[in-house]
Every structure is written in structure tokens, then in C-alpha cells.
Design a protein around this ligand. Structure first.
Ligand code: ATP
Ligand code: MG
Length: 172
């Protein structure tokens, strides 16, 4: 099957959950899935269930660091992101995975720990049968240009603005 390049971006809710939903669907069809999560290293319920119950079908690795990047990324943030990039390159050319999700890769670019050219070179070297998904706010215009499918989650309403922080089981 031919693989395409997808981007889920925008401020509204649904980017990570769309990617996880796709991973589940792909696994259901017998495709092997790799999810590389940039930036974050937190405890997310979806990560836990994937690792504990789906690890034979969906491989998940986190390339973030504990603690948020507030303003300037530290050397550890760069190291972690570049390690992630190298892993994605290996995984992509290994022939073992048909779906590769680069979770929060857009945020990694907008924070400056990866470059848009890093992502474009992944796309340029992507085997034809691999589906590649990039998620996160603020997708770079050049990534949008290079992708085959781009969905922008538009925030019409979000209870975050009313002070509702991420809830376990719903947002994390
Ligand atoms: P989901 O994981 O539910 O699919 P998402 O991946 O689209 O959501 P992210 O951009 O990764 O959402 O946002 C992560 C978290 O940031 C959200 O769960 C929420 O708690 C918080 N958030 C949501 N909207 C805003 C906002 N407008 N400004 C700042 N933080 C927000
Ligand atoms: Mg997300």
C-alpha cells in the first residue's frame, strides 16, 4: 500500500487523539506502528495503555525531557530531540513499520529543537509504503506544503480558557 504524509495541527483539541486513533486502526489492520513522541516525557494515559497492552503492535518511544521548555530550550532538549530524529530515521528505513507518528514534531520545530528541514528530509527519504504523521500546533508552512493531507483542528470553544486544566482520561 502506498503511504502518504499527514499533518494534524491547529489550536483545537484532537491532534494527539486523532493520531492515537489512527494507530489503533492501523494496528487493527495488522500494520506495525511506531510512535515517537517529541518534547514531552510526562505520564499520559494513552502512553501507558499503549505500552502496557499494545506493545506487540504499537511501539512507543518518548524523546522529551522532564519539565516543560519554558523559553529557551536547554542542551538536554536538543540532545533528546536529535536522538528522536535519529531513531525515526532508523525506524523508517528498517522496513518494520508501516505507520510512523512523529507526535509533537511541529512543536519541536516551533521551539527550535528540530528544524523544518529535519522533518522535510524524513519525508524525502520516506519509503513509499510508509505512512508518516506529524502532529502538534504551529505546523511549519513548508511542512504543510510537503504533506499530502493536512488537518487543522480549529478551536471554536475549549474549557481550557475557563480554567479547566487537562483531566486524566480526557486530556491526558
Ligand atoms: P488531545 O490530546 O486531546 O487530542 P491535542 O493533542 O490536540 O489534544 P495539544 O495541543 O497537545 O492538544 O494540547 C495539550 C494540552 O494543552 C491540552 O490537553 C490542554 O490541557 C492544553 N490546552 C488546550 N487548549 C489550550 C490553549 N488554547 N492554550 C493553552 N493550552 C491549551
Ligand atoms: Mg497533543
Amino acid at each position: 500500500m502506498k503511504g502518504y504524509v499527514q499533518v494534524y495541527t491547529g489550536n483545537g483539541k484532537g491532534k494527539t487523539t486523532a493520531a492515537i486513533g489512527l494507530a489503533l486502526r492501523a494496528a487493527g489492520a495488522g500494520l506495525k506502528v511506531f510512535i515517537g513522541q517529541f518534547i514531552k516525557m510526562g505520564d499520559y494515559s494513552e502512553i501507558r495503555i499503549l505500552k502496557e497492552r499494545f506493545s506487540d503492535l504499537i511501539t512507543l518511544e518518548q524523546f522529551g525531557t522532564r519539565g516543560f521548555i519554558k523559553s529557551k530550550p536547554s542542551p538536554e532538549h536538543f540532545t533528546a530531540a536529535n536522538h528522536g530524529l535519529e531513531r525515526i530515521k532508523q525506524v523508517m528505513t528498517s522496513g518494520q513499520y508501516q505507520v510512523i507518528i512523529c507526535e509533537e514534531a511541529n512543536v519541536a520545530v516551533s521551539l527550535g529543537v528540530l528544524t523544518v528541514d529535519d522533518l522535510l528530509s524524513l519525508i524525502a527519504n520516506k519509503p513509499d509504503n510508509v505512512e508518516m504523521v506529524f502532529t502538534g500546533r504551529n505546523a511549519h508552512p513548508r511542512l504543510i506544503e510537503a504533506a499530502n493531507l493536512v488537518t487543522e483542528m480549529t478551536e471554536i470553544k475549549h474549557y481550557y480558557s475557563k480554567g479547566v486544566k487537562a483531566r486524566v482520561g480526557i486530556e491526558k
